[in-house]
Design a binder for this molecule. Structure first.
Ligand code: MN
Length: 240
């Protein structure tokens, strides 16, 4: 089997005018058998096509809030920092990757971008828009500690993969899925009712989670299984 190549979307530090990367994204993919390559956020259409041809799958990483203009909402004063250029590149990439039946895995902002790219909406500021006792935005180390539980939807592929009914997950998100995009299917719901994992049925592996397996993979077998399933799907696609 050829080692699958995973294009990894970089994070952006606007104040430092920098791209950056958490090693966990890269290391979790490497340990699952992939070669992760960090992509640029500025690609003209021919370069985007070249990236699509080179990569067997794409990892949508965490980061800034998604610009509410992407889903036709006015920006709330409580919406966090946005990165419009990143939003635009990721939306274009998601579009083309789905057409090419590439494997896609979204983490945190990644589930939010996938939902918005497919026509869904987001809570712009969870604490003020979604009353709950659950803290979804834990601050401070260790980042792998369990913040809340999620219920896996019975018979979903996530349930089949992990073989458990509920899962303890870490949580560090300011926004979340509000209206689910047409076509997406929920695979996990937090104990206070938020969408925490989705997939696009009928596609190649197109999954996304609201928690952070890139922090928990060293200590958590479920996180490793997620990366393994993604990398295996990317490898299977590369053999087509
Ligand atoms: Mn959460």
């Amino acid at each position: 089997m050829n080692q699958p190549v995973i294009g990894v979307l970089p994070l952006v530090d606007i104040a430092r005018e920098s791209y950056w990367m958490l090693p966990g994204y890269m290391l979790a993919l490497s340990q699952a058998g992939a070669l992760p390559l960090m992509l640029p956020l500025e690609m003209d259409p021919p370069s985007l096509e070249r990236a699509l041809a080179l990569c067997d799958g794409f990892l949508l990483t965490g980061g800034q809030d998604v610009d509410p203009a992407r889903y036709g909402a006015a920006k709330s004063s409580r919406c966090g920092e946005i990165s419009s250029g990143r939003d635009a590149l990721e939306a274009a990439l998601i579009d083309r990757a789905l057409q090419e039946r590439k494997a896609l895995f979204g983490i945190c902002r990644g589930i939010q971008m996938l939902n918005v790219a497919l026509g869904g909406t987001l809570y712009q500021d969870l604490p003020s828009e979604y009353a709950s006792n659950v803290n979804h935005s834990v601050t401070g180390r260790p980042w792998d500690r369990v913040a809340h539980r999620v219920e896996l939807v019975g018979a979903s592929p996530l349930h089949q993969l992990l073989g458990v009914q509920t899962l303890g997950v870490n949580s560090r998100h300011h926004q979340a899925v509000k209206d689910l995009a047409p076509g997406l299917e929920v695979m996990a719901i937090s104990e206070d009712g938020l969408v925490e994992a989705v997939r696009l049925p009928g596609a190649a592996f197109v999954w996304a989670v609201q928690w952070h397996p890139e922090y928990s993979y060293p200590t958590d077998a479920a996180s490793r299984k997620l990366f393994a399933a993604f990398v295996q799907a990317a490898a299977a696609g590369s053999r087509r």
